[in-house]
Design a binder for this molecule. Structure first.
Ligand SMILES: [Fe+2]
Length: 545
């Protein structure tokens, strides 16, 4: 595709062709599924005209956009949800209580002249009329475009792509994001990610926030208000997801590339751990809340059926391979962890227990990860996970002295030191060629070497992405950072502004560009690269470039 199409209301000039059809210009109704485009030497299954489906959908049901995810070398998940009234009180998006047939189409070109798959999925209120299409049999390392139709209504067009073949060392351009709070700012970071059009987008948790209106406001400004109360029922979580998904910048990021997602705490409630609520008030109902939250999360994310929740459990740890270049180990650091040390959160005067039995991942996930690392032959093994892996513990008085008691973020791996040591031992035993960790959660950028257990020499790198909006407009450096850096010289870089990481992975190096936006309290703020680091193949540790 070569045409230039403006992607939004005019504040970005998109000249990269593959970005160009993801937005309003080609949205609902603008392109009908074109029977004339079908049957020109296509495989038999696509030569049939698409069935027009009679439904009772009263108005455009595609208000939440489209998404794709879970790319493999031959497959992808396509997602949408029918919601003509996305904020309807019952959480069902204004849909009637009956099953609806949704046509979908996947093509090799944005004009759908070369369709390769079509189909019809039936969806109903049990999954809030969400649609998850698992397409397989596709070509590796290929771009595809997709769309949905119900009756006369057609969805926006999304772009997606498959992973390379198993032996490929073709480069990967990925984006890392986390922590998007509706009230704390505009989702400008998502718009910049969409404009960059990466191959894959990671969302490392806090995709939304569960709190009620004006809970925990930032210093800058509340720019818009959460719908409904603090989430605790299925309809609460569904409405909250739907509200976020109405954001055009978020829709643009979903429509531009496949996502790989892992939830963190705020998809259920702040700082929860295992089967334990953080808020005493929620203790008696926590697993009911988690059941509802997981159901809504699955409904709104481009996940496979293998992740569909069963009661209060959801299968989230999994592997994503990008040819021979990279194996991503997506972790679940919430569902199986022990309760937090001390009183939880960022705690002064806390020395978390080093008890051997304390776990962050749970025994089954730990064994799965150790096995996956041992078997891996990838050039790069990367953990995609939620909470800060390297230590930021600092002495309570902020002087950098090497003595406890500390101020420790016990929600992070600092609160589970024995579990972190075990993971590092497993990494060492697996003799990986290259090791890196992608992290979100802490609303700051960090670039860090991961120190070895015995010698302290770098074993790899941790790339921590700041938030999309959480905590509002940030600052480049707060007062406590020097104390942490004196204590931990492996912490190379910190930035408290909002942003995302652009990761460029090749056979020779991992490069991370730390993007920042100065303000999220004002829409359309431009982004810039505040710092760049790289790690060379076979040389663990980061170098600023
Ligand atoms: Fe967060």
């Amino acid at each position: 595709m070569t045409e230039r199409v403006r992607a939004d209301e005019g504040h970005h000039d998109n000249s990269v062709s593959r970005r160009a059809f993801m937005h309003r210009g080609l949205s609902a109704g603008a392109l009908l599924f074109a029977p004339a485009a079908l049957g020109r030497g296509m495989p038999h299954e696509v030569s049939k005209p698409l069935r027009s489906v009679a439904t009772r959908v009263p108005t455009d049901p595609f208000t939440l956009g489209v998404a794709s995810g879970e790319p493999t070398a031959d497959g992808i998940v396509l997602w949408t949800r029918l919601a003509p009234e996305p904020l309807a009180d019952d959480g069902l998006g204004g849909m009637a209580h009956h099953s609806v047939a949704v046509d979908w189409q996947l093509a090799e070109d944005p004009g759908f002249r070369r369709p390769v798959r079509t189909g019809t999925e039936h969806t109903d209120p049990a999954t809030a009329h969400s649609v998850h299409v698992e397409v397989d049999g596709l070509a590796p390392a290929r771009e595809y475009w997709y769309r949905f139709r119900v009756g006369h209504y057609q969805s926006p067009v999304g772009r997606t792509r498959t992973a390379p073949a198993a032996t490929s060392l073709a480069p990967l351009f990925f984006a890392s994001s986390s922590c998007a709070h509706w009230e704390h700012g505009y989702f400008t970071v998502y718009r910049h990610i969409a404009n960059a059009a990466p191959d894959v987008i990671f969302c490392l948790g806090d995709y939304y926030y569960e709190g009620g209106p004006h809970y925990d406001p930032p210093l800058s400004a509340i720019v818009r208000t959460h719908v409904g109360r603090r989430c605790r029922s299925l309809s609460d979580y569904r409405r909250r997801h739907a509200q976020y998904k109405t954001d055009p910048d978020l829709q643009a990021a979903h429509a531009v590339a496949p996502w790989l997602v892992v939830p963190d705490d705020h998809e259920v409630e702040n700082n929860w751990a295992g089967d334990h609520a953080y808020r005493p008030k929620d203790a008696h109902r926590f697993l009911t809340m988690r059941t509802a939250a997981y159901q809504a999360y699955w409904e709104h994310m481009p996940l496979r059926r293998a992740s569909q929740p069963v009661g209060s459990h959801m299968q989230l740890f999994r592997t994503a391979k990008w040819g021979a270049l990279a194996t991503f180990h997506l972790l679940d650091t919430r569902q199986f962890r022990d309760a937090q040390a001390c009183a939880g959160g960022e705690m002064p005067l806390c020395s978390p227990s080093r008890k051997e039995t304390r776990t962050m991942l749970g025994a089954a996930q730990e064994a799965w990860l150790a096995d996956g690392l041992t078997r891996s032959r990838a050039r790069w093994d990367v953990l995609a996970q939620q909470v800060m892996f390297c230590s930021t513990a600092r002495d309570f008085n902020g002087q950098g002295a090497m003595v406890p008691p500390d101020t420790v973020n016990v929600d992070c791996w600092d609160g589970y030191p024995a579990a972190r040591d075990r993971l590092l031992s497993n990494v060492r035993a697996a003799n990986l060629r290259n090791f890196a960790v992608l992290t979100g959660d802490v609303h700051n950028h960090w670039a860090a070497d991961i120190p070895g257990l015995i010698d302290g020499l770098p074993m790899g790198a941790e790339l921590v992405t700041s938030s999309v909006t959480s905590r509002g407009d940030g600052e480049p450096e707060p007062r406590w950072v020097p104390a942490a850096q004196r204590r931990h010289p492996n912490l190379h870089y910190w930035d408290g502004r909002r942003g995302w990481i652009a990761g460029h992975l090749t056979a020779e190096r991992l490069r991370a560009d730390y993007h920042v936006v100065q303000r999220v309290s004002t829409p359309f703020w431009p982004d810039s690269v505040a710092a760049s680091f790289e790690m060379a193949d076979g040389l663990p540790g980061l170098r600023r470039i």
